[in-house]
Design a protein around this ligand. Structure first.
Ligand SMILES: [Cu+2]
Length: 129
C-alpha cells in the first residue's frame, strides 16, 4: 500500500513539473496580454554580456514586435518605470524570445532585470514616433 502511494505522489510531482516547464517557455510575463492585430515591424535587439545591440532602437507608434536574441548567457528585456507592465522577454544563450506590444509615442528605457546586468551596461532605449 505504501509503495503504491509513493508511486502516485511521484507521478503527480512529475506532472506538476511538466506544467511549470510548459508555462515557463517563451513569452515571459505570465499576466502580460499581447495586443491584437499584426505588428507593423519587429525591433530586433541582441542581448549579450553586457549590452543591448542596438542600444537605442526606433519604432512606429502602435503594435510592434520586440524580439530579444541572446548571444551568450541568459538575458531579459523589460521596460523601465512600469510603462509596459508585466512585459518580459527572456532568452538563454543562442535563443530568442519575442512579444507584441502596443506603444504610444515616447522614449522608453529598457533593461535586463537579471541582478547586476543593468548596472554592467544592459540598458537601452526604444524611441517611438
Ligand atoms: Cu542580461
Amino acid at each position: 500500500m505504501s509503495a503504491h502511494r509513493s508511486f502516485r505522489l511521484s507521478t503527480i510531482a512529475l506532472a506538476t513539473a511538466a506544467v511549470v516547464v510548459a508555462c515557463g517557455g517563451g513569452g515571459g510575463g505570465s499576466s502580460y496580454k499581447q495586443p491584437k492585430g499584426p505588428a507593423q515591424t519587429t525591433l530586433d535587439i541582441k542581448g549579450g554580456n553586457f549590452f543591448f545591440d542596438p542600444k537605442n532602437s526606433d519604432g512606429p507608434a502602435g503594435v510592434d514586435t520586440v524580439k530579444l536574441e541572446s548571444e551568450g548567457g541568459l538575458h531579459t528585456l523589460v521596460f523601465d518605470g512600469g510603462k509596459v507592465p508585466d512585459f518580459k522577454l527572456e532568452a538563454g544563450s543562442g535563443k530568442s524570445d519575442e512579444l507584441k506590444v502596443d506603444l504610444k509615442p515616447g522614449k522608453y528605457t529598457i533593461y535586463c532585470d537579471i541582478p547586476g546586468h543593468r548596472e554592467a551596461g544592459m540598458e537601452g532605449t526604444i524611441t517611438v514616433t
